[in-house]
Design a protein around this ligand. Structure first.
Ligand SMILES: Nc1nc2c(c(=O)[nH]1)N[C@H]1C(S)=C(S)[C@@H](COP(=O)(O)OP(=O)(O)OC[C@H]3O[C@@H](n4cnc5c(=O)[nH]c(N)nc54)[C@H](O)[C@@H]3O)O[C@H]1N2
Ligand SMILES: Nc1nc2c(c(=O)[nH]1)N[C@H]1C(S)=C(S)[C@@H](COP(=O)(O)OP(=O)(O)OC[C@H]3O[C@@H](n4cnc5c(=O)[nH]c(N)nc54)[C@H](O)[C@@H]3O)O[C@H]1N2
Ligand SMILES: [Mo]
Length: 768
């Protein structure tokens, strides 16, 4: 009972989802992506969660010029032609999930204690629906209670006022946040006095940003969507677009019909990369669909650096480089040339796990290509040597002159729908001095110049007692971060954790002494703030900034927009501390004013308010893509040389990658099925090759315990089930977020500090 004398001590809730008591089921993996099953799944999710009429109305507004940006992923929309249904199965699931009719209202929170909720699995938590009121979990209590917005803001502001230094506060951001809300959020952190702005990017594409900034002078990709129609070769590495970026399959299908070859590089043969039936094309739905990949290279986990080294070696041996481009635009060619020629085929083959003849065949294809696009996602960014690997890929494209050329370029495919925009507008623990200077000028504040904490450093600091207030703009930090136990302990040491959220998640259960939930409007909902209807903007994976307008009636009349919540919190902080002088309420009463500030403080946003109102939005400048200008220290594109960096594993060890199923959105689990991989009714699976099972005498569906090993430390987790799968020997795969408990906090990528979620050294033991 809330506040009762009988529950003064809160039981430490479970940080992870409970163990499953039964093994999963297995059928045949999907033969083609999308098609009829995708349509059926879309209908099932949409109608059961939103109702029929709401489904039609919501889905017809997705990705329209006057509608909302799909919250599913950051894949761009076509600049010109838009069809009635510009969405995919998984985008529709994300929308249905937000537009659900179910409510986690105060009655729900008083019925269930935090300790009880923590015994429920993630998919159950998510199914409870939208949060309707601000809620508070008071010190010592085991139940959330309703609180007024005023009370919630004041509670948080008082905690801020008690800190010894602004650096004891952490402002986390997840990438669904709009440009306007993200800009205000970083302004709040910085006017308060800290650059502690960790974000989901730190666990996601940070390695791409770090690698590309050093190589080509911009931490973003260099292609436009239209380049896909002009490419002759598209390489998709470490990415599962059938599940995570389904609309990319349309671009790949169209590119193929215009003559491009598609090469997929992945330890798994992912369904989407095999065959694709466009769900909105009746002939394709009923027919065989389109073949997507011409070649599938079954690289070993983390074998990509060696594989691309092999491509480079083939190109250099056959003299199929673009010497004119190399001489005019690059630096570092000679050193790279000798390192590549000194890398032995024996090492390249051993580390990549791919035959020399196959590497040479693809290498020749790359060498002959006049316009290569290389796409990648988490399969490349979450390893110790991710930055080196991505720079190796940049090198291969630079050798062929594929930057700043039509139909060619580097294409890190972003995850969250506005994660790229959030970075552009200042969500960055490591901001540039120029940006800070422009904030100081614009707002008359004095922002510290020292770098702030990223995600991993935030957990370290909370555990050391160096940070004690954790506030979060969206996301689910507890479940998304590596080393769940260390993250949980860090959060529980805080005096306060507060989350701006739409739906219940585990971060609401594993909390600081006091915890506050600030429920906000979602992307699909009408934002009536400051007396008028507002819209927001987002930036997609290819640097297009455009409008997003929610239309639906909000899930509850008590919800505020993310912008209004930041302003409310900032005003409460101004009331108890030295006022910042920033006109928070005026800014949020008309988001055009926020956009004017963005225009004055961030390059590339000239006439922002005008241009964001044009259908389809506008491209941000991208010097390497637009004019082969490289803003690096050398003024040239840097061909950066690294030694090959193999991960050495012992005889009984496996290298584990942690991946997404077809029925989840990051830590939001829609169901326990993974249709494309043929797995159902269970998520605690370990995908393992038949040879590895046989050589150890293990049986499919046997229960096992997994132990990770890092610098002599071990972490164990029980209650997993072996599933036979077509995966290279010595490699295994589990689902995130359940497996995050096994990833040691200190196991991070060089330079980007990203948890090594795709290369975890583990041993596996049968359980009795
Ligand atoms: N439906 C849905 N859509 C999403 C998301 C979601 O959870 N659900 N999440 C969004 C977010 S935030 C992101 S970042 C993206 C993630 O999109 P992806 O990066 O596609 O997601 P993962 O499941 O992590 O898949 C990684 C892929 O890389 C492969 N892989 C793993 N290790 C290696 C390796 O060492 N080398 C190579 N070559 N391949 C490897 C795996 O087999 C898998 O196919 O998707 C976004 N879109
Ligand atoms: N082991 C392992 N760990 C990983 C990964 C991996 O591949 N393996 N991937 C990493 C990656 S790529 C990422 S991006 C991170 C994701 O990390 P996060 O971005 O922190 O996590 P999400 O699961 O996307 O956040 C989901 C929560 O966001 C809230 N939410 C949803 N919509 C909105 C909205 O419109 N506004 C607000 N304010 N809140 C909203 C809901 O309450 C929901 O519960 O996880 C990382 N963790
Ligand atoms: Mo991500």
């Amino acid at each position: 009972m809330p506040g009762s004398l009988f529950c003064l001590v809160r039981v430490a809730p479970e940080a992870t989802t409970p163990v499953e008591d039964k093994p999963p089921r297995k059928g045949a993996p999907g033969k083609s992506a999308a098609g009829l099953p995708a349509i059926l799944s879309t209908v099932k999710h949409s109608v059961s969660k939103m109702g029929l009429l709401a489904s039609l109305s919501n889905l017809s507004s997705v990705n329209k010029f006057d509608g909302f940006d799909c919250p599913g992923c950051a894949w761009p929309d076509p600049d010109q032609k838009r069809t009635f249904a510009e969405f995919c199965e998984n985008g529709a699931k994300a929308i249905a999930d937000e537009a659900t009719k179910k409510r986690a209202d105060p009655g729900f929170w008083s019925k269930w204690s935090v300790s009880e909720l923590s015994k429920k699995p993630d998919y159950w938590l998510n199914r409870q629906g939208r949060i309707t009121h601000p809620m508070i979990l008071r010190e010592g209590s085991d139940n959330y209670e309703e609180i007024s917005w005023h009370g919630a803001f004041n509670t948080i502001a008082r905690e801020f006022a008690q800190l010894n230094s602004p650096d004891e506060a952490i402002f986390y951001t997840s990438g669904r946040t709009s440009n306007e809300a993200a800009y205000l959020w970083q302004l709040l952190a910085r006017s308060f006095g800290t650059n502690n702005l960790p974000d989901c990017s730190n666990m996601c594409h940070e390695s791409s940003g770090v690698a590309l900034t050093q190589s080509i002078g911009i931490g973003k990709g260099t292609v436009k969507l239209e380049d896909f129609d002009k490419a002759d070769l598209i390489i998709v590495v470490g990415q599962n677009p059938g599940t995570n970026h389904p609309r990319m399959l349309t671009a790949l299908r169209d590119a193929k019909s215009m003559g491009a070859s598609v090469v997929s590089i992945n330890p798994l043969i992912e369904t989407g990369m095999v065959r694709f039936k466009h769900p909105q094309n009746p002939l394709e739905v009923l027919g065989f669909g389109n073949e997507i990949s011409d070649e599938h290279v079954r690289v070993r986990i983390n074998g990509d650096q060696a594989l691309f080294r092999g491509f480079a070696k083939t190109m250099l041996t056959n003299s199929s480089m673009d010497m004119e481009f190399i001489e005019k635009f690059t630096d570092g060619y000679e050193i790279y040339y000798s390192e590549v020629m000194n890398s032995s085929w024996e090492d390249i083959v051993k580390i990549s796990g791919v035959e020399k003849s196959e590497i040479q065949r693809i290498g020749r294809l790359v060498g002959k290509s006049k316009s290569t696009i290389c796409c990648w996602a988490m399969g490349l960014t979450q390893h110790k040597n991710s930055v080196a690997t991505i720079q190796e890929i940049a090198n291969v494209l630079l050798l062929g002159g594929h930057i700043g050329r039509e139909g060619a370029g580097l294409c890190p495919v972003r995850g969250h729908s506005n994660v790229q925009g959030d970075r552009t507008v200042g969500i960055n623990h490591n901001p540039s001095i120029e940006f800070l200077g422009s904030l100081n000028n614009e707002f008359g504040i004095d922002v510290p110049e020292e770098s702030g904490l990223d995600a991993v450093d935030s957990v370290r600091q909370m555990n050391k007692g160096g940070a004690s207030v954790f506030v979060s703009m969206g996301g689910n930090f507890l479940s998304a971060m590596s080393d769940t136990k260390a993250t949980a302990e860090g959060l529980q040491k805080c005096s306060l954790t507060a989350h701006i959220s739409t739906k219940p998640n585990r971060s609401h259960l594993v909390t600081g002494k006091t915890s506050v939930i600030l429920p906000c409007l979602g992307r699909t909902e009408l934002d009536f703030t400051g007396g008028s209807t507002q819209f927001v903007t987002v930036e997609n994976s290819m640097g297009v900034v455009h409008r997003s307008i929610g239309k639906r009636k909000p899930a509850s009349e008590h919800l505020l927009s993310e912008c209004a919540i930041v302003a409310g919190l900032a005003t409460a902080i101004d009331d108890v501390m030295d006022p910042s002088g920033i006109p928070w309420t005026s800014l949020t009463s008309d988001y055009d004013r926020i956009r004017d500030c963005i225009e004055r403080t961030i390059p590339g946003f000239d006439s922002f308010n005008e241009r964001c109102r044009v259908d389809g939005g506008f491209y941000l400048p991208n010097p390497p893509r637009d004019s082969r200008v490289f803003r690096t220290e050398t003024g040239l594109a840097n061909i950066i040389t690294h030694k090959l960096q193999p991960i050495v594993i012992g005889e009984n060890e496996f290298l584990m990658m942690t991946i997404r199923s077809h029925d989840q959105y990051n830590t939001t689990i829609y169901s326990t099925n993974d249709r494309y991989r043929g797995i159902s009714r269970g998520r605690r699976v370990v995908l393992m090759s038949r040879k590895d099972l046989e050589s150890r005498g293990w049986k499919e569906f046997q229960a096992v315990s997994i132990t990770s090993h890092f610098r002599g430390n071990k972490i164990s987790s029980d209650g997993w089930f072996l599933v036979e799968y077509d995966i290279p020997q010595g490699n295994v795969a589990t689902y995130f977020p359940e497996s995050n408990v096994l990833i040691p906090l200190e196991s991070v990528a060089d330079s980007s500090n990203t948890p090594t979620s795709k290369s975890v050294i583990v041993t596996i033991e049968p359980m009795n």
